[in-house]
Design a protein around this ligand. Structure first.
Ligand SMILES: Cc1cc2nc3c(=O)[nH]c(=O)nc-3n(C[C@H](O)[C@H](O)[C@H](O)COP(=O)(O)OP(=O)(O)OC[C@H]3O[C@@H](n4cnc5c(N)ncnc54)[C@H](O)[C@@H]3O)c2cc1C
Length: 257
């Protein structure tokens, strides 16, 4: 059996494979809009005005179609929002209307959801059951990209499930190679990125500006590493807009290392 129930985590939650209570919850909402979109790349905006404790995005999604959305992590939203009366719908609508590089004629679909994210080092296999995707927090904890890692987890799980079925052993020990492979290939990187996210979404506005400027100066090699979630410690230090008051965050960060 495979639990692939996404943020509902139907079996993994009940079986204690993934503790949602200790994970971070985030929400997101996007419009799939029809209209004019002048960019041919994905745009991220880190600004507590547009997306307190998260980010806003816009990207092309086909001929005359594009997506604009807003997401945030609850803990950082609580810290950085200045108007608790505004709902995420209000933020998405304002973001959609905010920029003259695009113009929304109509909204043909609205997508919304939540994620529970930790460092992804969870129990992924028990007797007779594997878990993949968001059901076991495979989502990247830094930017919330979930489709690619979800597919990767499914591919790893399928390889191991087939071998286990052939060997006639679908016990935890027959299925555990999937969990080991995930932890070997992703666990360390996701753990580091979880810690980086803890800093990024809590940046003061002046740090957000410095971070975006530093990101704009990244070399093609660094950008390639960023896309593959393989930024090195020197890359991260180059990007990090340190300020003295960050020192109080050290204990919270230490929990993730
Ligand atoms: C607004 C928004 C925008 C996003 N944009 C992106 C993006 O651009 N790129 C990206 O990579 N990620 C994005 N994500 C994250 C991405 O959507 C998820 O990480 C990804 O969909 C997780 O895939 P999954 O298959 O694990 O779970 P899901 O896609 O959530 O699929 C789980 C399925 O299980 C079904 N299910 C639930 N309970 C049961 C049950 N009891 N019985 C049977 N079926 C059940 C659900 O109906 C659902 O169909 C976005 C998320 C949001 C909220």
């Amino acid at each position: 059996m495979v639990d692939a129930t996404g943020d509902s985590a139907v079996l993994t939650d009940q079986l204690g494979m993934f503790d949602r209570d200790s994970a971070q919850r985030g929400i997101g909402k996007e419009y799939e809009a029809v209209g004019t979109f002048e960019l041919d790349e994905m745009l991220f905006r880190f600004d507590h005005f547009d997306a307190p404790g998260g980010y806003a995005w816009a990207f092309p999604a086909g001929d005359g179609v594009f997506k604009v959305g807003v997401c945030w992590i609850d803990d950082f939203y609580e810290r950085h929002n200045t108007d608790a009366g505004r709902r995420i719908d209000d933020y998405v609508r304002r973001w959609a209307d905010s920029d003259d590089r695009w113009e929304v004629d109509s909204v043909r679909e609205v997508h919304a959801g939540q994620v529970y994210s930790n460092n992804s080092i969870n129990t992924r296999a028990v007797d007779g059951l594997l878990a993949v995707g968001d059901a076991v927090s495979s989502i990247n904890p830094l930017f919330g990209e979930g489709i690619r890692p979800g597919m990767e987890s499914a591919e790893m799980a399928a390889d191991v499930a087939l071998a286990a079925l052939r060997a006639g052993d679908t016990s935890r020990s027959g299925l555990a190679p999937y969990e080991r492979r995930w932890n070997d290939e992703k666990g360390g990187a996701w753990k580091l990125q979880r810690a980086v996210g803890e800093l990024l979404y809590d940046f003061a506005p002046v740090q957000q500006d410095r971070f975006v400027r530093a990101a704009g100066g990244m070399s093609p090699r660094q950008l390639d590493r960023l896309q593959r979630y393989e930024l090195t410690i020197p890359d991260l230090l180059e990007l990090y807009p340190f300020q003295f008051s960050d020192l109080w965050k050290a204990p919270a960060l230490a929990r993730h290392i």
